[in-house]
Design a protein. Structure first.
Ligand code: SF4
Length: 445
């Protein structure tokens, strides 16, 4: 082959086949019809491709099948993803084989917390398996209509602590700022199910209310920390979000702003170059990202989290424990490991709040303690989140941890390590553990 030809071949842009070479969706393998969860290595982020996102193999197969006239550019456009969300029964039926339970539940739904799933997130779901974990979190079933004792519309009593519309001031130095009622996808176990996805309903979110909240914050110099939530703040356009962050940063006593979001997971394409450039202007800015399952750790999510981390935004995760979905160490451990690989610190593991119709999602507190027990000492400390119950009625987050204090023997505190072995720690003058009577054998070890 002559040099010219060789050069010509080298300089040729990569073929469509090369450019779109499938990338395996990490974290899952189909085996005998069952999904096996594995620890995942993140794909290298698509640095050289500028604004383009990688598209996972299953996702690509999905969109070619269900959106054949859609270009990759459209698919990777977050506004297209939002516009094209699956929201109605016919739209669900076009993609999913619905069970009669799902069909009836969706057909009978009215009010807030509608069905809404981005095409991208749909591509990760089991289309013919109603028990698939991500699908269960987003398509309602009849269980959602069952209200059990102790379940409330507003279990955390946020409405009680609302000082102006959309601003919850419970703790002295920090506030919760509910910016919008819109989410890119609607989780069936949402703590704020009473107020999301219901424009024109009881709760109103608009710039006029933002301005009232900002005026309150300007007057309250004890507030140093603002958590933006909703709804999902990253569904707001760049200009409006820039305005809000700019106004907050201009208040001298506000030291710290956090954004709580699920967007980088369910609509990763929203994390555009323009968005991160705008966010960078408002440091110190932190972000808590809502993850549920290792299936979410796709090449797209590797890209969205990389862009945010590269913009200097510290990333933490929050995960709600859900019965039969993620309430075992076998699911949570690879999720925590995959998050660390993507520079997301596992932060909170939440016991599911007792919202109305959540009984089928709520697992036992013991299941959460067992997960922490399986993580603590068995893997990197950074991979162990805090397991908390948000106390119903507005009591705030209460840390739950396995009990590592076995008892006391005189001046020695008897403590148990991750392997169950008991050790002595000299702790003279304390009474900690004295109310426990350790087994004689354990005390002697
Ligand atoms: S993204 Fe967050 S606010 Fe929106 S439905 Fe899910 S849990 Fe609720």
């Amino acid at each position: 082959m002559n040099l010219q030809l060789l050069r010509g071949r080298d300089l040729r842009p990569p073929s469509r086949r090369d450019r779109t070479r499938p990338v395996a969706v990490p974290g899952t393998q189909e085996q005998n019809g069952k999904t096996k969860v594995e620890a995942t290595q993140p794909e290298a982020p698509a640095r050289k491709t500028g604004l383009r996102f990688p598209v996972g193999t299953e996702t690509k197969a999905f969109y070619r099948r269900f959106y054949p006239d859609t270009t990759t550019a459209e698919w990777n456009d977050w506004r297209w993803q939002l516009r094209t969300r699956i929201r109605t029964l016919p739209e669900l039926e076009r993609v999913f084989e619905l069970s009669s339970d799902e069909r009836q539940a969706v057909g009978g739904h009215t009010g807030p917390l509608p069905v809404g799933i981005t095409p991208y997130y749909t591509s990760l779901m089991g289309l013919s398996d109603a028990t698939e974990p991500l699908r269960r979190t987003h398509i309602m079933t009849g269980d959602e209509y069952i209200r059990l004792p102790g379940e409330e519309d507003d279990p955390l009593g946020e409405d009680h602590d609302t000082v102006v519309p959309g601003l919850v001031h419970r703790y002295p130095d920090r506030v919760l700022f509910l910016t919008t009622g819109t989410c890119s996808t609607y989780c069936r176990y949402c703590t704020r199910s009473r107020l999301v996805g219901n424009p024109g309903g009881e709760y109103q979110f608009n710039v006029r209310n933002w301005d009232k909240a900002l005026a309150y914050l300007e007057e309250h110099s004890e507030v140093r920390d603002v958590l933006l939530s909703g709804g999902d703040p990253l569904t707001i356009g760049d200009d409006k979000l820039d305005y809000l962050l700019g106004r907050l940063r201009a208040i001298k006593h506000i030291e710290f702003v956090r954004i709580g979001t699920k967007v980088p997971v369910v609509l990763p394409q929203r994390v555009t170059k323009d968005l991160v450039k705008m966010l960078k202007k408002h440091h110190p800015l932190w972000m808590s990202i809502h993850f549920t399952h290792p299936k979410e750790l796709t090449p797209e999510v590797t890209e969205s989290t990389s862009r945010l981390a590269d913009a200097g935004i510290p990333l933490g995760s929050q995960t709600v424990l859900l019965k039969g979905i993620n309430d075992t160490p076998a699911v949570i451990t690879p999720l925590m490991h995959g998050l660390l690989q993507r520079r997301v610190k596992p932060y909170y593991l939440y016991q599911c709040d007792p919202i109305k119709g959540s009984g089928h999602f709520r697992t036992s507190v013991q299941a959460g303690l067992d997960i922490i027990q399986a993580l603590r000492g068995h893997t990197t400390g950074y991979a162990t989140p805090m397991f908390v119950i948000d106390a119903p009625g507005g009591g705030g987050k209460i840390l739950m941890a396995p009990d590592f204090v076995v008892g006391r023997d005189g001046d020695d505190l008897l403590i148990r390590n991750f392997e169950g072995k008991v050790y002595r720690y000299p702790d003279p003058g304390s009474t900690l553990g004295s109310d426990k009577s350790p087994p004689v054998q354990a005390a002697a070890e």
